[in-house]
Ligand binder design. Structure first.
Ligand code: ATP
Ligand code: MG
Length: 243
């Protein structure tokens, strides 16, 4: 059983503090949403988890079968080795490379390089559309297809926990729903754990079991669907009030 625990995390950029004492938890198999409007610190938090930003205080730990592993001071490649992976904001594909070469680039990470073909097959089984389009240049695919490729790319390191940063950006509402459904299918069928930052809260709370609201760098609210359905109006008010 894995559990990602973020405890009293504070972080920022130079003299600018962005996150203040953030504490959240994500247990194995969960789909947890991190909701917040622009500039409230969602990406900063996900980048801290992946080791791209070093927090000024607090801890990020991974509990694994009763043992605790501190990720706070680890470089990103060590964090990836521990089973975490990220779908970054804005997808960050290489537009001039084919679908397959984008996947191979992610799969060339030393941690997983020796299983490149197996991992490629896993991505193609998960997203058959990418197999059909494996020679197409990533930059010529539709926004929704590019987002699926960005998700597939994160699978090339065979993660257990995937952090997804605003997959809906720039997509039409119907495509947003398709992409979020694809992430949900992945979470269920591959037993992945998902922490997803989003502003499109209506589609997100449909699939998430819990949601945290990040406002001005603090966790303002926590919603748990196990304690009843997550009320849309309450979330809307919390988000807008949090502005
Ligand atoms: N590299 C940086 N240098 C300085 N300030 C930054 C940097 N990156 C982000 N910030 C600031 O940190 C704050 C939080 O930004 P962050 O990107 O984490 O928000 P977000 O919730 O992901 O927003 P969005 O929904 O627009 O992606 C913002 O005020 C932003 O301007
Ligand atoms: Mg962001």
């Amino acid at each position: 059983m894995n559990r990602l625990i973020i405890e009293n995390l504070s972080a920022g950029y130079g003299a600018v503090s962005v996150l203040h004492q953030v504490s959240i938890e994500v247990s194995e198999g969960e789909f947890v949403a991190l909701l917040g409007t622009n500039g409230n610190g969602k990406s900063t938090l996900l980048n801290c988890i992946m080791g791209f930003i070093k927090p000024t205080s607090g801890r990020i730990v991974l509990e694994h079968d009763g043992r605790t592993l501190d990720l706070t001071a680890m470089p990103p490649h060590e964090i990836v080795r521990r089973g975490l992976s990220m779908v970054p904001e804005g997808r960050r594909l290489v537009p001039s490379l084919s679908v397959e070469d984008n996947l191979k680039l992610a799969g060339s990470n030393p941690v997983v390089r020796d299983r490149l073909n197996e991992n490629l097959a896993y991505c193609y089984r998960t997203f058959p559309l990418l197999l059909e389009r494996k020679t197409q240049l990533a930059g010529t695919m539709s926004g929704g297809q590019q987002q699926l490729l960005a998700i597939a790319r994160s699978l090339m390191t065979v993660p257990k926990i995937v952090v997804v940063d605003e997959p809906s950006v720039g997509l039409a509402p119907i495509v947003v729903s398709q992409v979020i459904e694809a992430i949900q299918t992945l979470q269920r069928e591959s037993n992945l754990t998902i922490l997803m930052a989003e502003q499109s809260f209506l589609q997100t709370i449909d699939v998430a079991s819990r949601a945290y609201i990040l406002a001005h760098g603090r966790i303002a609210r926590h919603f748990d669907s196990n304690a009843g359905t997550i009320d849309q109006e309450e979330i809307r008010r919390a988000l807008l009030g949090a502005g």
